[in-house]
Write a protein that binds this ligand. Sequence first.
Ligand code: GDP
Length: 411
Amino acid sequence: MRTNLDLRQQNHPLSGLRNVGILAHVDAGKTTVTERILYLTGTIHKRGEVHDGTTVTDFDSQERDRGITIFAAAVSCDWDGHSINLIDTPGHVDFSDEVERSLRVLDGAVALFDAVAGVEPQSESVWRQADRHGVPRIAFVNKMDRPGADLDAAVASIRERLHVTPLVVQLPIGQEAGFSGVIDLIRMRAYVWNDDTFAERQVPDALLEQAKRRRRLLEETVAELHPVALEEFYARSTVSAETLAAALRDLTRSGTGVVVLCGSAYRNRGIEPLLDAVVAYLPSPQEVPAVRGISDGVVQERIADPRAPFAALVFKVSSTATGRLTYLRVYSGTIRKGDTVVDAGAGRTERISRILRVQADQHAEVQQAFAGDIVAVIGPKSARGGATLCAPTAPLVLEPPAVAAPVVAVA
Ligand code: GDP
């Protein structure tokens, strides 16, 4: 039987897919942001709070009950006609290997900061790891409602400690406990939240001059870094919303600058624009460089094409009541329920008996998964984190980035 999810996948070209992780210092609010994202995308229906232990993200007991949880390696959700796979990245440096492996399977990330603390040492080290893996990032300055929250100071710490140009696209409305919304400096519109609902409004008169100055600053910064924006800036002495958005996307993907947004996950403010930014600025699996692997001593490139030979990286294995879940990032080809694949490094054959897309409080079985996607499979008995599963007819071992050898492209 074909499930809705299968149909959804078919309707979703790869360009609509985002594989993203949240990179954060412990306590910056990753659990809360994740939970709010799942709530807003309709993946879960009840809001939970971290302090009363009802968020879906952090329970081992529920994991045992359901056999699965979003603390599982990846959760899928939908936003604005796009599919987002949210991949868990451990916040602790102790799990550095796990961080490395999850960074390998991401196409983009949201770097989360605390509006009071700004960039902290742990955020610096994860940032460097993401640099090494070439993961494009946007930044979300969380906890804007806290006493002492200071977006400008957090932005300064991003510039100084991460050595990247911040591209601030929002102006907060209100401070600390009075933080009630943001002005989108690209479109010059205000978003104001009231409990769970938010409304789009004109920029309030009291903030108009300040918003214009901030937009000017954004235009100047972007024009310095992006030739098309520069041309428009000279010709019209302004930069249109469309050009700004396109330039910000390019700058994000090249790592030249980092788009900075702000909000308060705890009070559910700023999460919708964050999801919009994930979709707008972070790349799809089609827009990232091909992965490389070694086959018979020769380096091959695999592109995200569902018709290419199947190759996937195992990035996490977990034992649950449902069975041994092997989390895969599919890099090329298509995998179907019932397929036999090869663990190329170990030289073993494995069978794929079920394919699951993981959601917060359920897992949905699908018949197949395509290049670019992230799924959990049941069946493989011994494949470990870091292993490559691939088509028996085209075996290869996916290597960590930067392998120096001749490249042979595989169509
Ligand atoms: P994690 O360790 O990064 O997963 O962080 P959590 O999501 O568990 O949050 C850590 C603490 O910060 C919890 O007590 C949250 O309730 C609190 N918190 C998270 N987001 C916000 C926020 O936007 N504002 C405030 N004031 N507190 C927050």
